[in-house]
Design a protein around this ligand. Structure first.
Ligand code: HEC
Length: 162
């Protein structure tokens, strides 16, 4: 990630310099310099935001996953066809964070459709505290190609208080 951001910043500065050169001096120069500064600052902000996204710490959630969910949903997050639905690229999971929080807390049963396949099993309620639910959902929503961002303890508190 460091490499990518460096190259973006480098690119931005190159862009800035070339804009300055093409300006040709004169009274527009100050204005141009301002504009270029703005563009560079925006780019740097974007990069910093991206870095924050990708620097989610998944280790706590991974530990919970391994001891609590892996037996059914598998290390690959792919589940087991007909028995355990996939979490990897699951349209069902990614569609509704609040529902996912409640499901982990209270379990789930009855027919559901995940990525076009029907499942009708029983997921028992999980004995996890709200921080662990936040961690494990952050892990599953940001692993195996999922890109769902962070689930905070506050979001879990709120979802379970409903
Ligand atoms: C004993 C097996 C078992 C365990 C352990 C288990 N699940 Fe499940 N899970 C299931 C089954 C079965 C379903 C489908 C339930 C249904 O039909 O309503 C399911 C459904 C789900 C769903 C919604 C469907 C989907 O694939 O998107 C999510 C999200 C989920 N589980 C997450 C977890 C997480 C996170 C853990 C660990 C904290 C966990 N599960 C532990 C069996 C399990």
């Amino acid at each position: 990630m460091k490499k990518v951001s460096l190259s973006v910043i480098l690119f931005s500065s190159l862009f800035a310099m070339s804009s300055l050169i093409s300006c040709g001096g004169g009274s527009h120069e100050d204005q141009k310099t301002e504009k270029v500064k703005e563009v560079v600052e925006e780019k740097i902000e974007e990069v910093v935001e991206e870095e924050n996204e990708s620097s989610l710490d998944l280790s706590a959630g991974e530990a919970v996953y391994k001891t609590t969910c892996l037996a059914c949903h598998q290390a690959t997050g792919l589940g087991l066809p007909n028995f355990y639905p996939p979490l990897a690229k699951s349209d069902y999971l990614m569609a509704d964070k609040v529902r996912a929080i409640k499901q982990v807390k209270n379990g789930s049963e009855g027919e559901i459709v995940v990525n076009g396949e029907k499942y009708n099993g029983v997921m028992p309620p999980q004995t996890l505290d709200n921080q662990q639910i936040a961690d494990v959902l952050t892990y599953v929503m940001n692993s195996w190609g999922n890109n769902g961002g962070q689930v905070t303890k506050e979001e879990v508190d709120a979802a379970l208080a409903e």
